[in-house]
Design a protein around this ligand. Structure first.
Ligand code: NDP
Length: 603
């Protein structure tokens, strides 16, 4: 077949592969992840919490607790919940926001909703007796569920809100962590769990002139309803006489743009790379179905989904949505070799992305706009999106797509946004530019961690992480980390967070039972774990190498040993969960060096 010959499905794989390569090349840039800037210094105002009254003060806290949990999002709440269930009561949760919720505290932009089915995404539904009102619940309902979890498991009394950790030091004599905060607190803790979140540090594109803009601007995770009017359901009446620009067309922008299009006098959407937009088909929850659910239903449904989206077909697809459709390879003959399996996956991907591109044509009237909205990359190079109003929004006379041909916005002026030499004047500029993912770990956390002998985690991980299960790192006793680094990753990430929470609670509870004061990963265990991670990466279906730049592949930048050592286990969430489960079943705390109360202070 030559490069332009189409197959029976109506496309040429060679031509598509070449098109994907060209589109990727357009977007590669030498500064990769360094193109972004954080919300500090001249950009600090972008990080202000718009959801709390200014001027909050409280007396500093000085206390000794068993466990400090850093972060009050799903990870931290699940950790605290599983600890409480294991009988650990002495807990402090330190959270930057004014309430629980993490992502769902910050992301209140119009249209925000979960993109994974709420019945599997929202944790602890059976324990709290709650059933979401829709298949894909809106952000405010998810935030309310976070508060419900807080009340149900009595977590509020443990929380220090509007508080950021400033530093953490291991006191080898007392065998405790000393956690200090920006409110002058000093917390001594036997254990620390870091559940700092994966997508929590907002970033701005480093476009020249951002600080010169004289209009109003904000990041989507700090939505300024005082300026726009309206609320999470839209109806932003104060934009009726405003020209609004939004930079970015990722998962956040896709949900916000239909509401901005409906409210603004004029909306410019500045696009660098189009997202893939599949069908959403949101539905209200069927009361009869909800009543028919049997105990254990949520765990079964979560596992069923994670299996299917890890490429492990199941007899029944309980969720049946756009996500599971992506992984449905059809009923062809099974592959007889890994190469054939990879080829089959690629052909399925081409076919599904052709459907995505065809869908654009059915929804968008203007041909040039439709062409510009078509994504040309493998579907999982970026987070796939699902929406039933996004594409149609570009049919509105007041909405204009400004495609930057993969280059991005050129410049911001005091009065507008420049693309290809042309200025688009705007009164309000919204950054839907995402969150830091592959930047240095402690930079994302916002503080360094000083372990045994004062060694810093920033230095220890400078050339890549060394861990056991992504949770323990030698030199940092009694520290339990929830992240994706050498850990699990899942499309339904809360599934991983809950397993990490159960694992951490088990370890802490075992230490109490066995009179163990410190645990610390051995070198040998870290080496062995690294071999497991490395082998899983070697067997990955597609490397990031052929992907268009994005936060999944370090923005197309270097992927050397440091980046590889920061990667997650690539053999899927169920494999990770099984490894943790088997380790607990074995019961010997293998790979952890332990000291008891009577032992000398240092190993
Ligand atoms: P993303 O990082 O996915 O998107 C950032 C956007 O900004 C991209 O479209 C990017 O373009 C664009 N951009 C960056 N720099 C420039 C520039 N210089 N000029 C023009 N455009 C630029 O962030 P999101 O907040 O959209 O999503 C982050 C993640 O959060 C998602 O992947 C998802 O995991 C999660 N999320 C989940 C939701 C849910 O429904 N549960 C909803 C929203 C987010 P380019 O693609 O070219 O880099």
């Amino acid at each position: 077949m030559n490069a332009t010959t189409k197959n029976d499905a109506g496309f040429s794989p060679e031509a598509l592969r070449e098109k994907y390569r060209i589109e990727r090349e357009k977007r590669l840039r030498p500064d990769a992840s360094a193109q972004y800037v954080d919300l500090s210094g001249v950009h600090a105002e972008f990080d202000r919490d718009p959801y709390v009254e200014p001027g909050f003060t409280r007396p500093a806290v000085a206390e000794t607790v068993e466990v400090v949990v850093v972060g009050g999002g799903f990870g931290g709440m699940l950790a605290a919940t599983r600890l409480r269930q294991a009988g650990v009561d002495s807990i402090r949760i330190v959270e930057k926001g004014g309430d629980f919720g993490g992502t769902w505290y910050w992301n209140r932009y119009p249209g925000a909703a979960c993109d994974v089915e709420s019945y599997i995404y929202m944790p602890l539904l059976e324990e709290t007796g709650y059933i979401p009102s829709e298949k894909y619940a809106k952000a405010s309902e998810i935030f309310a569920h976070c508060q419900r979890i807080g009340r149900h498991f009595d977590l509020y009394r443990a929380a220090l809100f509007q508080t950021s950790v400033a530093g953490m030091d291991w006191d080898d004599d007392a065998r405790r962590w000393i956690v200090t905060t920006d409110r002058g607190d000093r917390l001594a803790a036997r254990f620390v769990i870091i559940a700092g979140g994966v997508l929590h540090k907002a970033k701005l594109p480093g476009i020249p002139g951002i600080e010169s803009f004289q209009g109003h601007s904000f990041h989507t995770s700090r939505w300024d309803y005082a300026y726009t009017g309206g609320g999470p359901a839209g109806g932003m009446e104060r934009l009726a006489d405003k020209r609004v620009g939004i930079i970015g067309t990722g998962a956040t922008a896709v949900q916000a743009i239909p509401h901005l299009g409906a409210s603004a006098k004029q909306l410019y959407v500045f696009q660098r790379t189009p997202s893939s937009i599949g069908e959403r088909n949101n539905q209200p929850t069927d009361a009869a179905w909800a009543q028919s659910l049997q105990p254990g239903w949520q765990r079964d449904r979560i596992t069923n989904f994670s299996a299917i989206v890890s490429g492990r077909p199941q007899d029944v697809d309980l969720v049946r949505d756009g996500w599971t459709y992506i992984f449905d390879g059809g009923s062809g003959a099974p592959a007889t070799s890994p190469e054939e399996a990879a080829q089959q996956r690629m052909m399925t991907d081409f076919r599904k992305m052709e459907e995505i591109r065809a869908r654009v044509d059915t929804r968008v009237q203007d041909r040039a706009t439709a062409e510009a909205l078509k994504p040309y990359y493998y579907q999982l190079c970026k987070r796939p999106c699902f929406h039933d109003e996004y594409l149609d929004t570009f049919n509105r006379p007041n909405v204009q797509l400004v495609d930057t041909g993969g280059k991005g916005v050129e410049r911001i002026t005091p009065t507008g946004v420049v693309v290809d030499g042309q200025e688009y004047p705007v009164d309000c500029l919204i950054y839907a530019s995402g969150f830091e993912v592959s930047s240095e770990y402690t930079r994302r956390l916002g503080f360094d961690i000083r372990g045994r002998g004062g060694q810093s985690l920033r230095d220890s991980w400078a050339e890549g992480a060394s861990t056991l299960h992504g949770m323990h790192s030698r030199g940092y006793p009694n520290l339990l980390i929830f992240s994706t680094t050498q850990s699990g990753w899942a499309i339904n990430f809360v599934h991983i967070l809950d397993e990490q929470a159960k694992h951490a609670a088990y370890i802490i509870e075992q230490c109490r039972q066995r009179g163990v004061e410190t645990i610390e990963a051995t070198d040998a265990a870290q080496q062995a774990w690294w071999q497991v991670i490395y082998a899983s990466l070697a067997n990955m279906a597609f490397g990031g190498a052929e992907c268009t730049p994005g936060y999944y592949n370090n923005e197309g930048g270097a992927f050397g040993m440091r980046e590889v050592k920061m990667a997650a286990l690539a053999s899927g969430p169920l494999e990770f969960i099984k490894i943790l489960h088997d380790w607990r079943e074995h019961g010997g705390l293998e790979g952890l060096e332990i000291t008891r109360a009577a032992d000398p202070a240092s190993p």
